[in-house]
Ligand binder design. Structure first.
Ligand code: A3P
Length: 309
């Protein structure tokens, strides 16, 4: 593998053989066993499907449009439970400054949070806390997905910017299609939630819907979270969630993390987190052959599921 996080090897976890860095082995059981609270809100996704966008929307709606509070860095107010499993700086041979607890002990940090929790995870359904997997669980889950080709291209750039990936795009496509990128296989991840889309505590949304009808998704999310929003409030949130606004918002654009990577020369491609923000950007990078492989693979996986992306 070509990423520092995989230097200690990787594991295939759960029934779908989800690809995780070896370090996840230390945390898997703790996450499965953790206490879920009735008023928790979890945003679950495969990487690069619009997670950050969804988190910002969910956090603001869930916190009665507290724009002042939203100035706090997103990873602090909406921690990423898998963080410690992924960013094991101890294996990266670089001197690190003091890291916040939500990085060094993401599971403990979330466990100890007072008040209502907003939790991000890329874990597939089967690796979520067992309590959350219970269909009667009251905690809410918002699942976001995106078409496979844009997800793969976005993930490729992400891995070059944030994971020190040194391979080329062809290699990355092979890894993605074979389920060997972190949190893959992609379609198992998506379909495990698609199957549960009508469950009372699941809201299933797509990146494409966010692009096409942001106001509509905001209203659906507000209804799901039991919040009232008038037209002006929806308009203001729509502006806040626009690509331009999020690109310039230091609380959500991971500038600081990218800067650490830049300082430690972990970057194999310069760039920004809020990269293209479009549907169909795969066309810039994918060859017709690669595109066909993705189309055939997606068609095969989606046959009979009713999901179209
Ligand atoms: P691109 O790399 O295609 O630009 P995640 O948060 O799951 O890592 O997803 C990141 C992707 O969502 C990136 O896609 C990023 O640009 C896009 N994104 C984030 N905020 C967005 C917004 N407000 N509007 C459109 N795209 C957004």
């Amino acid at each position: 593998y070509f990423m520092p996080a995989w230097r200690k090897g990787y594991l295939q976890c759960g029934p779908t053989k989800c690809a995780m860095p070896a370090r996840f082995g230390d945390l898997a059981q703790t996450i499965l066993d953790m206490d879920v609270r009735d008023d928790d809100v979890w945003v679950v996704s495969h990487p690069k499907t619009g997670t950050t966008w969804t988190q910002e929307m969910v956090w603001l709606i869930g916190n009665d449009l507290d724009y002042a509070g939203a100035k706090v860095n997103l990873p602090e107010r909406f921690p990423f439970i898998d963080h410690t499993a992924l960013f094991d700086y101890r294996t990266m041979d670089i001197p690190m400054p003091e890291l916040p607890e939500f990085v060094t002990d993401s599971v403990g940090f979330i466990d100890r949070l007072p008040g209502r929790r907003f939790v991000k995870t890329h874990l597939p359904y089967q690796l979520l806390p067992t309590q959350l997997q219970d269909p009667k669980c009251k905690a809410k889950m918002v699942y976001v997905c995106r078409n496979a080709k844009d997800t793969c291209v976005s993930y490729f750039h992400h891995c070059r910017l944030l994971e020190g990936y040194t391979g080329d795009f062809q290699d990355f496509c092979n890894l993605f299609l074979s389920g060997a990128v972190c949190f893959g296989p992609f379609w198992d991840h998506v379909l495990d939630f698609w199957k549960r889309r009508d469950q009372h505590n699941v809201l299933f949304i797509t990146y494409e819907q966010l692009k096409q009808d942001l106001a509509g998704v905001i209203r659906r999310t507000a209804a799901f979270l039991g919040k009232q929003m008038d037209d002006d409030q929806v308009e203001r949130l729509k502006d806040h969630l626009s690509f331009e606004s999020m690109k310039n918002n230091p609380a959500v654009n991971y500038e600081e993390v990218i800067e650490i990577n830049r300082r430690h020369k972990l970057i194999t491609e310069d760039g920004v987190f809020m990269r293209s923000g479009t549907v169909g950007n795969w066309k810039v990078l994918m060859s017709p052959e690669q595109s066909k492989r993705f189309d055939d693979w997606s068609a095969e996986n989606l046959k009979g599921t009713g999901l179209e992306l």
